[in-house]
Ligand binder design. Structure first.
Ligand code: CDP
Length: 226
């Protein structure tokens, strides 16, 4: 076991603001692990939909949470999980999951459970974690906090490009409507709403490419290290 302190880099921001590309790229360059916190909320949503649990029935969701077995592991520098032995993979991006995930993520008990799971991922070593509440709730004491943003139209354009092949959405306008609904839910929920963490560096990536944003993050993290 190494005695090196574990460093947590928090990258928060609204849907499709480029967090995944930047967090993944920065983790690779820093030789840290990458953690996609949204995939945990999506995973639970997928599991409920697959098992026929009505998401608006919070008691049923919590009953599932109480019995489901989550296992964390490291795969190619990314912390991944399985629920009851299943790894949902590409299904996490499906439209039904996309449309319901914010509802699940607004349940306080779900958040408390997943925040604990996310903190456990630090057992694998230093990490870059992306999400909505990483700098505010999951790792509030980290000095490495970023808030990534971009104009809604640009975010919708990027996400449509990503999802185009799946055929889930007809055009960027449809994606924009879906992102705006999710942003609204995520920013106004009572527990851990999306907000800029105290001390976070805000980056507007509307007219920046991912490489430039990654560079900015790396520079900031490495210059802050003793
Ligand atoms: O990739 P994108 O930003 O569209 O979404 P994501 O990061 O996979 O997150 C999906 C949803 O999970 C968000 O819209 C939030 O409702 C929820 N989430 C959250 O509440 N807290 C987090 N730390 C991460 C995701």
């Amino acid at each position: 076991m190494s005695n090196k302190p574990v460093i947590c880099v928090a990258i928060d921001g609204p849907a499709a603001s480029g967090k995944s590309t930047v967090a993944r790229g920065a983790a690779k360059k820093l030789n840290f692990n990458y953690v996609d916190s949204g995939s945990f909320y999506r995973g639970l949503t997928w599991k409920c939909l697959r098992d026929g649990i009505e998401i608006s029935n919070h008691e049923a969701v919590l009953a599932l949470l109480a019995t489901a077995q989550w296992d964390l592991s490291l795969c190619d520098g990314q912390v991944v999980y399985s629920i009851d032995g299943d790894q949902p993979g590409e299904q996490l991006k499906s439209k039904p999951v996309q449309e319901r995930v914010s509802e699940i993520a607004a349940i306080p008990e779900v958040r408390a459970f997943i925040v604990e799971k996310l903190r456990e991922t630090a057992m694998f070593g230093s990490l870059v974690m992306e999400g909505r509440d990483i700098g505010t709730v999951v790792f509030p004491d980290t000095p490495h906090k970023f808030y990534l943003d971009a104009d809604p139209e640009e975010r919708a354009r990027r996400r449509f490009k990503e999802l185009e092949k799946s055929g889930a959405y007809d055009d960027a306008q449809q994606v924009l409507t879906s992102l705006q609904k999710r942003d609204q839910k995520d920013s106004t929920r009572k527990t851990a709403p999306l907000q800029i963490a105290l001390g976070a560096k805000v980056i507007d990536s509307t007219s920046m490419d991912a490489a430039a944003v990654i560079e900015l993050v790396i520079k900031q993290v490495t210059s802050a290290q003793p």
